[in-house]
Write a protein that binds this ligand. Structure first.
Ligand code: NAD
Length: 445
């Protein structure tokens, strides 16, 4: 294996893998992306990103056209042609448990190990429970062909959807766990570009690397549930959680990020990652972590009910036959990802209570429609607002934050707003004629 320019195999080309593959090509490597979904491979091979991620289509197209990046469903071919094999497949929550479903990671890792034709380094990037890497090492040992040396290390990924390209090209840290001198040298060559610009590389043991990722997500989730718990106190005491969060955020030890009270977190990562950690901590007998995370999860899920209750209250106790405009379907702005989306969860719950729900999202209507086909989707913001008895802002897209409240008040049936993300200025909206409800802030009109 050449330690200066290893050839890269990326197994699993979803949000993480497609971005990682394109970024590796941008850094100058020959890259093959493998996915078991032929439709995804066909789209990526045409230079089309099958999901919304700012900046990724340009990067992908450039390197598909240059020939440095290609995609296949053939894991054996991709493995034979590569030196470093990144495992980027999904680790969703199991259907009937909080544990992570590791079957995709096991299958992908075993597939690489079985098909190695020369020495290789298998680099886990998927988010996994601590202890997974050690188990995979045993699995690999029984599968690698004679005379071939395979090493497994963990290099968790911290990218944020919506900022995935920037986060991959310029990460704020690189964590690698369980490396030998050889694999550390290869990974330093792979990440030469970000390392050259000062990105720190933390080299540690395998379990620490696995745990850094889930601990980071657990901390962020805890911060969000903390401010939502304080928002409840604010409401009871007549205080304003937005002003409070700004004041807290000036303390450099605390920081302002992830202190926005509201509907809480969702998406394909945070909820399942904290549940998987809760489950794994409990398995390991680390009950402080599991009970803390249980509270974080309960507070978070409770926020969805609080927004539903607020909407019922705004509509006089029932939403039956009321027209409810829902602004936002994605779990956060700048993505079309609707996995475990709080916005869609609330929209669906109101629909079940008999409301006529019209959802508008600038990017996620199609992914939302696939998940909740019974909801109505507007193609323009105004169509969701027109004639509404209540308007809910559930994802803080700039289009909603920048909307003209006076213009929208003129087309709404009843100018009743629920700001589920505390992203609008209540005074300005009230001035335009809206009654504004939000979590942890006084109602204004
Ligand atoms: P995803 O569902 O978008 O992508 C996973 C891909 O893997 C799919 O395209 C699927 O078809 C493919 N796949 C599954 N089994 C395969 C196999 N055996 N061979 C080839 N391809 C296979 O998931 P994602 O959001 O990209 O997440 C992947 C992992 O990265 C998860 O562990 C997640 O927790 C972690 N992660 C995700 C993010 C994020 O923001 N999405 C950030 C950091 C870490």
């Amino acid at each position: 294996m050449s330690s200066t320019r290893p050839r890269i195999n990326v197994v699993g080309t979803g949000y993480l893998g497609a971005t990682h593959a394109a970024a590796m090509a941008e850094m100058g490597f020959e890259v093959i992306g493998v996915d078991s979904d032929p439709a995804k491979v066909a789209a990526l091979s045409r230079g089309e990103v099958p999901f919304f991620e700012p900046g990724l289509p340009e990067l992908l197209r450039r390197h598909v056209e240059s020939g440095r990046l290609r995609f296949t469903t053939d894991l054996a071919e991709a493995t034979a042609l590569s030196d470093v094999h990144f495992i980027c497949v999904g680790t969703p929550q199991q259907v009937a448990s909080f544990a992570a479903n590791l079957s995709y990671v096991e299958e992908a890792t075993a597939g690489v190990a079985r098909n190695l034709t020369h020495d290789g380094i298998i680099v886990g990037k998927s988010t996994v429970p601590v202890g997974t890497g050690e188990r995979l090492r045993s699995l690999i040992a029984g599968l690698v062909p004679d005379g071939v040396d395979a090493e497994l290390v963990w290099n968790p990924e911290f990218l944020r959807e919506g900022k995935a390209v920037e986060d991959t090209l310029r990460p704020d840290r690189i964590v690698v766990g369980g490396t030998s001198d050889r694999s550390e040298a290869v990974l330093r060559a792979v990440y030469a570009a970000p390392l050259a610009t000062g990105t720190p590389m933390i080299v540690c043991d395998l379990p620490t690397a696995e745990l850094v990722k889930v601990s980071a997500n657990a901390f962020l989730a805890t911060k969000i549930s903390f401010i939502n718990a304080i928002a409840e106190v604010c409401e009871a005491a007549g205080a304003n959680v937005s002003v409070l969060a700004d004041a807290l955020g000036h303390d450099a030890r605390i920081g302002r990020q992830f202190l926005n009270a509201g509907l809480g977190f969702g998406g394909g990562c945070l909820p399942k990652d904290i549940r998987a950690l809760m489950y794994r901590a409990s398995e390991l007998g680390a009950f402080s972590a599991s009970s803390l995370l249980q509270q974080v999860d309960e507070i978070n899920m409770g926020q969805r009910q609080r927004i539903i209750d607020m909407t019922l209250d705004a509509c006089g106790g029932s939403v039956l036959n009321r027209r409810i405009g829902v602004l936002g379907a994605a779990f956060k702005p700048d993505t079309d990802d609707v996995r475990d989306s709080p916005a869609l969860n609330v929209a669906a719950a109101l629909h079940l209570r008999g409301a006529q729900v019209v959802v508008y999202d600038p990017e996620a209507s199609e992914t939302a429609r696939r998940m909740y086909p019974t909801l109505s989707y507007a193609s323009e913001l105004d169509d969701a607002v027109a004639g509404s008895d209540a308007l809910l802002v559930l994802t803080e897209w700039p289009e909603f934050v920048d909307a003209d409240p006076a213009r929208l008040a003129a087309i709404a049936g009843v100018p009743s707003l629920i700001d589920g993300r505390n992203c609008l200025d209540p005074a300005i909206w009230a001035e335009a004629g809206w009654q504004v409800r939000s979590l942890g802030r006084p109602t204004v009109h």
